[in-house]
Design a protein around this ligand. Sequence first.
Ligand code: URA
Length: 445
Amino acid sequence: MDMLEIILAKRFGQELNAEQIAYFIDGVTDKSIPDYQISSLLMAIVLNGMTRAEMTELTMRMAYSGEICDLSGIQGTKVDKHSSGGVGDKCTLIVLPMVAACGVPVAKLSGRGLGFTGGTIDKLESIQGFRTAIPVSSFVEQIRKAGMVLSGQTPELAPADKVLYALRDVTGTVQSIPLIASSIMSKKIAGGADAIVLDVTCGHGSFMKDEASARDLSQAMIQIGQLAGRPVTCVISSMDQPLGRSVGNALEVMEAYDTLCGKGPADVVEVCCTLAAAMLMRSDYGREMTFEEAFSTAELVLADGRARDAFERFILAQGGTVQPDGSPAYTDLPVACASICAQEEGYISGLNALMIGEASMILGAGRRTKDDIIDKGAGITLEKKIGSFVRKGDKIADFYRGKNAVLSESSIQQAVQLVQKAVTLSADAVPAGKDILAILDEHSF
Ligand code: URA
């Protein structure tokens, strides 16, 4: 078999067979296929799509490109969570401790930032000493210690996804239902969880721009889950504006910590309680609960400090440093370097999450190439959200760089101009908008 033939087949819209997909993933894993040919096939997949059969084959080959994590040493149903990516999406940092606080064991593999979206691993690395490379062989022990474990993609688990993920980020090939579905589901299958809850984001700041595509992606992942014997729940959440008020690595960990202390923004709390409820309902602990009961349980662990305590145990178990009050100690602190204010009175009608995510990247919070080094302190905070009323001169956003980072004035100005464009005002009152658009599972289709 020849890689060029496979590229040409997909370029002309043909369905790839199981042998071709196996050849591709084997060559990605053993590095025998050069990056330029991998990227070329990825682009052909973006442009011409994949059938359900191709997508399932690709997912299973990617999942089995490395080890499959054996979590059988931990009693009970293990539930995993993943997001299709967003701007200001710090939910993993909040939801996992909430679920662990209910005694449900959680093992999760997370990614780095992809395109304009942030990644949980980059966020956690803004905490001093935090170890994100936990070998699979230590998962069971970590869960025994802290009730949860979160690791960056280890070389052993879904190594093919690791290669594809990094290349997609820098070749304009992120936005594709088959590539996103196979990337997410391969990691979840290799991660060894029994059930999976997926946050499928939808809107400007997501790879899925409208609800119809978010539903298509959800359906693809639910069906792959059914074939792999791992039940999947998808929560479709809105990502037209950034989630919460902070975008950037350390800034988002700070907001996550505030949320765990019961002081989170309403949208973050709503999305996190919904995801936690969906996870609880897939676990032995909450299997008999109604959604309302599971949601109230999630609210309770946020309010009574149990989720905060679980977060602290998790940070310490993975080598991170906490301050005497229990909050994380950061590698670099955000320092404000600019702000923007309303130029006139009105209601905020748009806060384009894509533009705000890109502005945050310009400040240094994300990568343009796979070797870029992130400024952990860089990012943006929003004083106002869609629906807020502003008077002329009211602050809308602050811009940050890390205390020890160097950032040019022209980059700051570029980021400021982008956020100015991202904000739209209306003379008429604007509703705040829905945070949760749908909850889907195997019974929904
Ligand atoms: N998250 C992933 O793990 N993979 C993608 O392709 C997109 C979001």
